[in-house]
Design a protein around this ligand. Sequence first.
Ligand SMILES: Nc1nc2c(ncn2[C@@H]2O[C@H](COP(=O)(O)OP(=O)(O)OP(=O)(O)O)[C@@H](O)[C@H]2O)c(=O)[nH]1
Length: 326
Amino acid sequence: MGLSTWLLCGSLGSGKTTLLKHFLALPEGRDTAVVVNEVGEVGIDAHLLHDVARNAPVTLIGNGCVCCSVRGSLGEAVERVLRTRHERGLPPARRLVIELSGLARPGEVIRELSSWDGIIAGFTVVATADCALQAASPAPYLAEPEPAAMAHVVAFTKPEGRDAAFREMMRARIHAVNPLARTIWEDTLPARAARAFSSAPAISPSVPRLACHDGAPAHPAIRVMKAEWPEGMSWSAIQAWLDATAAFLGSRLLRIKGFVAVAECDEPILVEAVGTVFSTPRRMATDRSLPLGLVLIAADISAHDLATADFGTTTPRPEITATWSG
Ligand SMILES: Nc1nc2c(ncn2[C@@H]2O[C@H](COP(=O)(O)OP(=O)(O)OP(=O)(O)O)[C@@H](O)[C@H]2O)c(=O)[nH]1
């Protein structure tokens, strides 16, 4: 069985290391291999984690962000941490957590490790969302939104002293940049950590709350859109559009998830991407009642500009609509 892998991201100082430290201290945190990517070479976070990881190794990739200046070293670091566990006589790791520097892009990490298919069972992106940072921000939308916009799971950190109204405001702000994310609000760090790294969310036909406006204004930079094709479109046409869109948007593409009905088979196909890195498309059980259409989250482009962008190809396009007003 492969290693379930969590990519832990979040803005600088948002509480990533603290969350992971509390997870490693839990019984269920045992059997976790940890790789930390820090921008500096000092390795402060790695040292903090060593303290709680008991005899388990924590590997540091320093001196840069894992997806640019230290490209190539991630695979080595994962190998090293697994090997060291073995050499120390520890049981094989059941999960891997990679704490990313504030600069790293989870999609690039998934790309880097994609050749490890068979060793790594699947990725879950967990983002920390700092309540203190939000409380201090005068803007009515999520500050530093990109980690949350790419995440499967968002854990609220530093929630002390915040009331239920603040919690709902935070949830609404997260959903305004990522209606796909599962949010975790727990008052204590152990409970928050346990939920953040609990079993990966199964790929489920959950219906994202599209076109619903639950209290937060649209984010000025992050757009949540829906792409829908007419019945009978071929998978190759849809795939060509996805490839062209990923190439066109580059790092502005944050997340895609949804179901498409295709001419070639009866079952809807699940399409999912973090950044520009797509998971293998999956046929869902024969259930035509799944909500069709892709949720596409991107930075710095409107639905209209994406719908009319010149990709330089004749690929058929879906209808693209903004799902949040503003
Ligand atoms: N009150 C409170 N403080 C927290 C919480 N989580 C983290 N902190 C504090 O926030 C500061 C930053 O936490 P870290 O865990 O180092 O944050 P980080 O995201 O790993 O930081 P970088 O790696 O520098 O980006 C530390 O002083 C923590 O003690 C929390 O839930 N509540």
